[in-house]
Design a protein around this ligand. Structure first.
Ligand code: FES
Length: 107
């Protein structure tokens, strides 16, 4: 099963957990009770409280953000070129070793 590391931007703490293929990066955080990702809308790409920064090495793996996703991201104060909504990042075996940074504030 792919291992994904979630880094908290606030205090620098990290947690590496297994996330099943087919789940989203957001699901992996929620299922493991990790802090930071709120996911108010439950993954339907309408709240932007699942914002993460994706490691450069993995950006291509997930492809480009959809128009719908960017419309939410562009209004976030802390948006960066590697910003993504983690509910839109579907985990595959190729995501093994992924690191995402979870910003201190969501939404
Ligand atoms: Fe709401 Fe990702 S969980 S946009």
């Amino acid at each position: 099963m792919p291992m994904i590391t979630y880094v908290q931007a606030g205090d620098g703490s990290e947690a590496t957990v297994e996330v099943k293929d087919g789940l989203s990066v957001m699901d992996g955080s929620i299922a493991n009770n990790l802090p930071g990702i709120v996911a108010e809308c439950g993954g339907s790409c309408s709240c932007a409280t699942c914002h993460v920064y994706v490691d450069e090495a993995f950006r291509e793996l997930f492809g480009a953000a959809s128009e719908e996703e960017w419309e939410l991201l562009e209004f976030l104060d802390e948006v960066q070129p590697n910003s993504r909504l983690s509910c839109q990042l579907v985990v595959t075996a190729a995501a093994d070793g992924l690191r995402v940074v979870v910003p201190e504030n969501q939404g």
